[in-house]
Design a protein around this ligand. Structure first.
Ligand code: ATP
Length: 386
């Protein structure tokens, strides 16, 4: 593992039990020793000075705005990158410090000790959870922004559905078995990152034809009613410090090949036998018709309220409701993400909504940093850490 700090120093870990860190500075180097079993001390979290803390995240997904957000709020930051993927965090000058790992397996006790030593608060995002896996995230000892238990409610389809139904939201119907399919449905494989492998069919026969031909060994899937309408991903922020639910921004996804099929005329689509796929490649900003805003606020508030009955502090910080709006303006929610989503990335400079509320460009990354800063200054850090 290599640690690079703003081009000034290089650190290398040796051994597992007693890690020796070498800081190479122009004037020489300093040696530090770190014990692997360090845990977060209450003294660390008791500081009221934001400068005593570092905002840390994994180099992927929405890290650029998280790092910039920390900077904009006057806090130090740190990015942990997989070797070979660090170029964006060098080219866009937003990182104060960088730790390079060869593999995410190196996100281990030694790395955590380093995070603890630096008083780092780790910000989880989509790639973080998917690369480390829920168990490692659960067992993390470093300070973690948000509520860890909520990740189980988000990732378990049955628990997620229970949460959303309890919140009074409208959900697409789910079919128990292919034989029950009586309308267009979307087949979603569990753990299929970014919509990869999803397909749409309208009968059991079509289902088996695609499934057996393309995914014979994939048996963990959900059969969900396909809602025809406009997709909308609503980015919320709930701060226990201010007690307020905010709408930060909205997006829709730019997907391959769903967003390019319309460029071919219908006869050619049929002739080429193209199956629609939903692999995400980017995000497009959206502003919704204003008369729908009250409903979106109510939906977010209900989800937060119910989350507090599910676990710990409930939803803390950013989350996203993933919805489809029909021509009758019914809002179907098909998923919740209980952390920052990449759909907030077009708004590094703020969104039309945050522009109405803040006098500085407020991205979700910056809002996170401000929440942390406010909590530190108020001595309420424990309320936002999981
Ligand atoms: P992530 O976990 O990053 O949110 P994902 O892999 O879960 O991504 P989704 O965003 O859930 O993927 O869905 C991929 C695509 O499928 C999106 O275009 C979404 O609008 C569409 N989609 C998902 N569920 C439905 C549904 N029930 N009806 C219509 N379209 C849907």
């Amino acid at each position: 593992m290599t640690i690079v700090g703003a081009g000034l120093f290089l650190l290398a870990f040796h051994g597992a039990e007693n890690l020796r860190i070498r800081l190479c500075r122009p004037a020489g180097f300093v040696r530090l020793s770190v014990n692997t079993m360090t845990t977060v001390s209450t003294a660390a979290t008791a500081s009221r000075k934001p400068k005593d803390f570092v905002i840390a995240t994994m180099g992927s997904h929405s890290a650029l705005q998280i790092l910039k957000g920390a900077r904009d709020e006057g806090m130090r930051n740190l990015v942990i990158c997989k070797r070979g993927c660090e170029q964006p965090y060098r080219s866009f000058p937003v990182a104060d410090d960088m730790i390079l790992v060869d593999d995410w397996k190196e996100w281990d006790g030694g790395l955590e000790d380093e995070l603890i030593r630096r008083n780092a608060i780790v910000i989880p995002h989509g790639s973080f959870v998917s690369y480390l896996g829920p168990e490692r995230v659960k067992n993390m000892r470093a300070m973690y922004y948000g509520t860890k238990e909520i990740l189980e409610w988000e990732s378990n389809r049955d628990m997620e559905r229970e949460w959303l139904l309890k919140s009074g939201l409208l959900l697409p119907r789910v079919f128990d078995k292919p034989e029950d399919i009586d309308r267009p449905v979307i087949i979603k494989f569990h753990g299929a990152g970014g919509g990869f492998g999803y397909f749409v069919v309208k009968s059991a026969e079509q289902f088996y034809e695609v499934k057996n031909r393309k995914y014979p060994d994939e048996n963990d899937f959900v059969i969900q009613e396909y809602i025809v309408g406009a997709p909308l991903y609503i980015h919320y922020f709930h701060s226990p410090i201010t007690g307020e639910l905010e709408i930060m921004s909205m997006d829709k996804r730019y997907e391959s090949n769903a967003d390019s099929i319309g460029r071919i005329r219908a006869e050619d689509q049929l002739a080429a036998n193209i199956h629609t796929s939903y692999t995400i490649v980017g995000n497009i900003p959206i502003v919704i018709r204003e008369s729908l805003l009250p409903q979106l606020f109510t939906m977010g508030e209900k989800v937060v309220e119910v989350s507090k009955t599910l676990c710990g502090n409930g939803l803390v910080g950013p989350f996203c409701l993933e919805a489809i709006i029909t021509r009758k303006l019914e809002i179907y929610v098909f998923e919740i993400s209980a952390r920052i989503v990449a759909g907030t990335n077009p708004f590094i400079n703020g969104s039309p909504y945050t522009d109405l509320k803040y006098d500085v460009p407020m991205s979700t990354g910056r809002r996170l940093a401000r929440d942390i800063k406010d909590a530190i200054v108020a001595g309420r850090l424990s309320e936002i850490l999981g």
